[in-house]
Design a protein around this ligand. Sequence first.
Ligand SMILES: *Cc1c(COP(=O)(O)O)cnc(C)c1O
Length: 375
Amino acid sequence: MIPFNVPPYFGQEDEYVLQAIHNHKICGDGPFTRRCHEQLEQMTGTRKALLTTSGTSALELAAILCDVGAGDEVILPSFTFSSTANAFALRGATLVFADIRPDTMNIDPERIREAITERTKVIVPMHYAGICCDMDAINAMARERGMLVVEDAAQAVDARWKGKAAGALGDIGCYSFHETKNFSMGEGGAALLNDPRFVERAEVVREKGTDRSRFYRGQVDKYTWVDLGSSILQSEINAAYLLCQLENHEQMTAWRMARWNQYHAGLKDLQTAGKLELPAVPDGCEHNAHMYYIKCADITERTALTAFLKGRDIMAVFHYIPLHSAVAGRKYGRFHGEDRYTTRESERLLRLPMYYGLSEEDCTAVLRALHDFYQ
Ligand SMILES: *Cc1c(COP(=O)(O)O)cnc(C)c1O
């Protein structure tokens, strides 16, 4: 069987995790957490990186830092994971879904522009498949209108836009280290605070709203409840697992890139023949091979292809049901303008097996199966 995903494991995670255990410091903010922060800051050039308990909690932390509430509007794609939306809906903000561009499945800056109102406070681009949104256009719009940009870069760790790391492009960037992502610690994430004005407050919010971080640094002589907050610190055991992967990120990304390029080259003929569509990588994007997806003619063909691949012991999966057509999406948001691409394109998309360690032979078997199906 060729699974869709295998949790990333580089090789020395065990050693690091044992060290964390033997340090007798397994809660948050120990030496492994610090090393992860330094490693992320070095990889991305961000002002401050903070590990979180998930990509979801990184987004929730960002929403708190943006101070959004009832009456504020947040513009985001409908083609994304529920967490992108929940974080802001939990603060009472209204979600405004904007359409995507069909070639990258990323939010279209022109559709953002049309959706902006007096109430718009935050724009949340999500870098689908680790291929960055047009951040020049999005940042320019935000600056012009005094809006904030929170990047959902959950899928984009180790990806770049015009040479700069995804997650370090907006005001706050959110990473996920869930086991389905390129780098993992089981459950986890990180917030990148690219604007210095968020750093101190972020340290308070993630420490249950207390100034414990300042206390540990000796800046105050007792710590107390000073702001809203939650429990967002990651454990040292998870941080140890992640550190091993961050230290070897170049090799892990190179492996995935080799498989991504193999799929891309091996499917060109089917694209040329008009059988299916392949992902586009716009100029300026250095992606991280988070995902390889194809687009079938329509949902019927996708269902048939998924079953055909399953018959060959190959697991291929689709996502997302557009948020604006979901029960909670209808309750907490609205789609701005016409849904030209979100629903139509999402129904055609199928993700192929992709993980660190996927062999060239298995990738070849997937390519052979796809060619057989389209014979
Ligand atoms: C994975 C993912 C998340 C959530 O990350 P968790 O670590 O699972 O909480 C959020 N947004 C997107 C786009 C994701 O792919």
